[in-house]
Structure formats: structure tokens, C-alpha cells
Design a protein around this ligand. Structure first.
Ligand code: ATP
Ligand code: MG
Length: 576
């Protein structure tokens, strides 16, 4: 018997209703639609996703990916994947590979349009020479400190560099010698000649090229000068013919420089459009902080299931469908905001509720012995994998000795407790009614075994006399159970905005991971890594991508069943 796949996403079960609802309006979508209507770029739409390969992608990047690929697709356009690899010191091949894997996993395809900004190094260099020849760029010999000191402030204008009026010939000569490796790191920079008194500090003669004698992961030692982001980015967009260059709000002040560079050179001019980056409660989404979590061993790596990286949440059990739904729902804004982590979990639960097979697993096992059940008898039940979707059934054995959850038994039940306690009758999910008739304790007085009787007439979960019981428990047959390591993950931080703390590592949740040895129903023996299911009454789980092996199952808790966001939506009469 094999475990079923998740049900396919159909129009009826698509949580976002992708196929049956018009897409919500966002201002970027409206701009693109306007451009098409006005015939700009001959109606063509081309976007790009431009990650810097200096870390793994996170949930914030997913928003950018969904936006770029989603918009292009909606308007019949295409999207390029471009590695913004202009800063060789921090970039690694491992990151390039993980980024490609994650974009594909999220469900997007750049087809044959994979580019690297480093592919354009020669063209970018030539553009820089053109600017020099136009008298629009100069080589500055000031030290980095002097450049900073002379930049001025928001209130005061900057001061012109003493080297600002060098002749074109001298600038060309020096720039070529920079390239030839004649000068050490930091000795000179190439700067745009714009306006040291500009009210926008970005426009005060920004650096275009710096000297860095550093090996590059793709171009090797061919270059010892590297272009700055502001110079490389707009020109890479232009070279590729990008029509809409979508980026986050912190680049708003850089837009005049983006436009200036393209205008001076008279090349194809994409439109930069900014949107607010995603911030999520109980999460940090800054690469610098994520790198710190990995380097300091606070998490086990980039793909630790508690990390907000795409590889982390994939391993945790998040689905690309849930993430895409989430990105669509949060929309696109022009001002910074903070999105509730509970909304992300809600999208996940909606997706998995519709598509994840159900199974039984006991996380903290307590032995139950059914006194009147014959020693060698085994009942085999056929249970559906899903209550609604057609996923077939699996065989679930029932025998004299079972495991239930420790929490589902109380020797002295609190008020309103409807689960198992001495004298009380409960339903074992889909199987039989049992009544507790006694307990066995160890020397320390702990209950080690619960003694019960069962009603053979209640097979399948009902009785001929129609009597009702309030509690329904999940269970597994002890003799058939699989031993499994189950990793119970929770939020990584205890504060809603860890990034606002002086030291964000001071609010790490000490209970973000608890490992238990559970007992699972035998049908899960062949769960393949990444397989999802709902353990009834407990939550959504998935077989760990790395550590789950045949015969040695390891499951991660993706999310508990409780849905705080769903409740909020209901209260507000919401829903979508
Ligand atoms: P760094 O933290 O190193 O500045 P970054 O987060 O900007 O990096 P990039 O690799 O430069 O990461 O990002 C690629 C693209 O993803 C950029 O267009 C960036 O604007 C976008 N992006 C990054 N973080 C978010 C976020 N939290 N929300 C939305 N988009 C984001
Ligand atoms: Mg960036």
C-alpha cells in the first residue's frame, strides 16, 4: 500500500480561487495595464527577479517573485532571473543554486532567460567610458573617508571633489589604469558628475566603480574593478529590455539616478516602480540577520524548518500553493507594513486542509489495554485518506494493546473533560467505543497503562442503542505502530517584532523545537521525504526532506490545527 499524493489543486479546492475570481487590484498591476493601453513598449511586458547571491531566499523574496512572475504572466509577458553578482566578496555558488531551486519550487519558470549581471561587465565598462567621454564621470582620488565627509548632509550641500574637473583624457587614462590593476583597493573610484548640492544625497556624484582585487565566482580574476549596484542595475535592466523594474521602497531615492544614467547614455529606458517590502511578525527577513542565525548555530542551517527561508519553510512542510496564495492576499502597498504570521499559517491550513491526507499518530504515547478484546485478534479497518477528496483508503489495524495520547487520559478529570478517565466511555476514531475500567501505575505513582473494555457492537464508531459519547480519540495499535521521531516546531522568536530589539537574538523562543518519540499508524511506513499529512487532532506534518528514511520515519510539525486568523476572519464577517 502506498501513501497518496496530495490532491491536485483544482478550481474548487484552490484556496486563492485563482481560476474563478478576478485578481485584486494593485497599483503596479494598474500601472502595467495603463502602459499596455497607451501602447508603451509596443504593449510588451518584461520583468525580472534580481537576487544578489549572498544568502538564501526568504518569504519576503517570495513576494517579489510572485509579483514579478505573476504580473508578467498575467499580461502575456515574461520574467528573467538575473543574479545581481556585482559584489564578489560576499557571493557564493551555493547561493546561486539554492536560489534557482527555490524559484522553481515556488512554481515559476524563467525558461532560457537566466542572466548574471557579471555577463555584462564588459558592456558596463564600455558604458562607463562613454560617460567619461561625455564629461559625465570622473576618477576621484579622495579617500573613502573624505568622500563621505564631503558628501554633506540632508540639510547641507556637499563639497566638490578637488579631482572633479579632471580632463576627459586624464579620467580615461586613470580609469583604464584602474582596470589594469595599477592601483590598490580603495585608492580611486569612478564617480558620476551630477550635482554635489542636490537635495537628494544619492545624486551627489555617486560612485560608479570601485577597485576590488577580489576573485569573482564567475569571472575569476578577469576584473579588479567592479560596478556599483546603482550603475549595474539600471543598465542590466536596459540591456535585457526589461519594461517594468519592480523593486522595494528603499530604492525610491535611487530612482533619479536610475533615470539619469539611462538618459545620459540614451539607451532603452525601463520604468522603475517601488513597493513596500514584506515584514512578518515573529520573523526576521534581513539576510544579515539570517546569516547570523546560521553562523552562530542558533538554527541548524539555512534550511532549518524554523528559518523563514524558502528552503526552511519547504522543509517545515509549507506548500508553494499556500505561499502564492499568501502573496496574493497581502497585496502590494506603497507604505511599509507588518503582516501577521497567523495569516501565512492560515493560508497553509486552507491549502493542506483541502489536500493533505489524514493519518493517525500519537506523539506522547500512553498504553491502553482492552481487557475483553481477544489476545490474537486484529481488526483491519479501511479508513479514507481524506474525508472529502477522493484519495482512496488505507488499512488501519486494531488490536488488544493500543496507544493514545497521554493528554487524552486523566485519572482525575477536570470539569468539562470529555476524554478518557475512570468510568468514562469514549470513541476511538472510526473504530470502537471503549470504557476505562482501571489503571496500572509504576512505583512513583505514574499511570503507565490504562485498562479498558470495548463494546464489540460499536464497530465503526456507533452503537445499536444509539448512545452518545462526547470524546473521540486518535490511537494506534501498539503491535503495528511505527516508531518515529517527531519534531514539534514553534515560532523562532517570542516577540512580534524581533528586528526592533537591540539584539534580535535575545528573544529567541527557547521552545521553538521539541523532539518527541511518537507512534504512527503503519500505513506511513512508506512516506517519502516531503510527504504531507494531517495527524488527526494534532496538526499538519510532513516527512522530513533530509532525515526521513524508509523504516526510520522523521516527521516535522508544519502547523498546529488551531487557526487564529480564520477566527479573526469569521468574527469580522470576512473571508475573501
Ligand atoms: P539585502 O538584505 O542583502 O539588501 P535583499 O533582501 O534586498 O538583500 P536581494 O537579493 O537584493 O535581497 O533581493 C532580490 C529582490 O527581492 C529585490 O528586488 C528585493 O527588493 C526583493 N526583496 C527582498 N526582500 C524583500 C521583502 N522583504 N519583501 C519584498 N521583496 C523583497
Ligand atoms: Mg538588495
Amino acid at each position: 500500500m502506498s501513501t497518496p499524493e496530495k490532491a491536485p489543486v483544482t478550481a474548487a479546492s484552490t484556496p486563492s480561487g485563482e481560476s474563478c475570481q478576478p485578481a485584486p487590484v494593485n497599483f503596479i498591476r494598474a500601472r502595467v495595464a495603463e502602459d499596455i493601453a497607451s501602447g508603451k513598449n509596443a504593449g510588451r511586458v518584461m520583468t525580472r527577479f534580481p537576487p544578489e547571491p549572498n544568502g538564501y531566499l526568504h518569504i519576503g523574496h517570495a513576494k517579489s517573485i510572485c509579483l514579478n512572475f505573476g504580473l508578467a504572466k498575467e499580461f502575456g509577458g515574461v520574467t528573467n532571473l538575473r543574479f545581481d553578482d556585482t559584489n564578489p566578496a560576499k557571493e557564493e555558488v551555493e547561493y546561486v543554486e539554492s536560489i534557482m531551486r527555490d524559484v522553481k519550487w515556488l512554481g515559476f519558470d524563467w525558461e532560457n532567460r537566466l542572466y548574471y549581471a557579471s555577463d555584462y561587465f564588459q558592456q558596463l565598462y564600455d558604458f562607463a567610458e562613454t560617460l567619461i567621454k561625455q564629461g559625465k564621470a570622473y576618477v576621484d582620488d579622495q579617500t573613502a573617508e573624505d568622500i563621505r565627509a564631503n558628501r554633506g548632509t540632508l540639510k547641507e550641500p556637499g563639497k566638490n571633489s578637488p579631482w572633479r574637473d579632471r580632463s576627459v583624457e586624464e579620467n580615461l587614462d586613470l580609469f583604464r589604469r584602474m582596470r589594469a590593476g595599477e592601483f590598490p583597493d580603495g585608492a580611486r573610484v569612478l564617480r558620476a558628475k551630477i550635482d554635489m548640492a542636490s537635495p537628494n544625497v544619492v545624486m551627489r556624484d555617486p560612485a560608479l566603480y570601485r577597485i576590488k582585487h577580489v576573485h569573482h565566482h564567475r569571472t575569476g580574476d578577469a576584473w579588479c574593478i567592479y560596478p556599483m549596484y546603482d550603475f549595474a542595475h539600471c543598465l542590466s535592466d536596459s540591456i535585457e529590455g526589461i519594461t517594468h523594474s519592480i523593486c522595494t521602497l528603499e530604492f525610491e531615492n535611487n530612482r533619479p539616478l536610475y533615470d539619469w544614467t539611462l538618459d545620459q547614455l540614451g539607451v532603452f529606458h525601463p520604468q522603475q516602480i517601488e513597493f513596500a517590502r514584506l515584514n512578518l511578525t515573529y520573523t526576521v527577513l534581513s539576510k544579515r540577520k539570517l546569516i547570523q542565525l546560521v553562523r552562530e548555530g542558533i538554527t541548524t542551517g539555512w534550511d532549518d524548518p524554523r528559518m523563514p527561508t524558502l528552503s526552511g519553510i519547504r522543509r517545515r512542510g509549507y506548500t508553494p500553493e499556500a505561499l502564492r496564495d499568501f502573496c496574493e492576499r497581502i497585496g502590494v502597498a506603497r507604505c511599509d507594513n507588518m503582516v501577521e504570521f497567523a495569516l501565512l499559517e492560515h493560508c497553509l491550513r486552507e491549502d493542506l486542509n483541502a489536500r493533505a491526507p489524514r493519518a493517525m499518530g500519537v506523539l506522547r504515547p500512553l498504553k491502553v489495554v482492552i481487557e475483553n478484546y481477544p489476545e490474537d485478534q486484529v481488526d483491519e479497518f479501511d479508513f479514507p485518506w481524506h474525508p472529502e477528496a477522493d484519495m482512496g483508503t488505507r488499512k488501519v489495524p486494531f488490536s488488544k494493546v493500543l496507544y493514545i495520547e497521554q493528554d487524552d487520559f486523566r485519572e482525575e478529570p477536570p470539569k468539562g473533560y470529555h476524554r478518557l478517565y475512570p468510568g468514562n466511555e469514549v470513541r476511538l476514531r472510526y473504530a470502537y467505543y471503549i470504557t476505562c475500567v482501571g489503571v496500572v501505575k509504576d512505583d512513583a505513582g505514574n499511570v503507565t497503562e490504562v485498562r479498558c473494555t470495548y463494546d464489540p457492537e460499536s464497530k465503526g464508531g456507533g452503537t445499536p442503542d444509539g448512545r452518545k459519547v462526547k470524546g473521540t480519540l486518535h490511537w494506534v495499535s501498539a503491535a503495528h505502530a511505527l516508531d518515529a521521531e517527531v519534531r514539534l516546531y514553534d515560532l523562532l522568536f517570542t516577540k512580534p517584532n524581533p528586528g526592533a530589539e537591540d539584539d534580535f537574538t535575545s528573544c529567541i523562543n527557547p521552545a521553538s523545537l521539541e523532539v518527541v518519540q511518537g507512534k504512527l499508524e503503519p500505513a506511513l511506513a512508506d512516506a517519502t521525504p516531503g510527504w504531507h499529512c494531517q495527524f488527526e487532532r494534532l496538526g499538519y506534518f510532513c516527512a522530513d526532506e533530509k532525515d526521513c528514511k524508509p523504516g526510520a520515519p522523521v516527521f516535522n510539525r508544519t502547523a498546529a490545527l488551531r487557526d487564529t486568523w480564520g477566527k479573526i476572519e469569521k468574527k469580522q464577517g470576512g473571508g475573501k
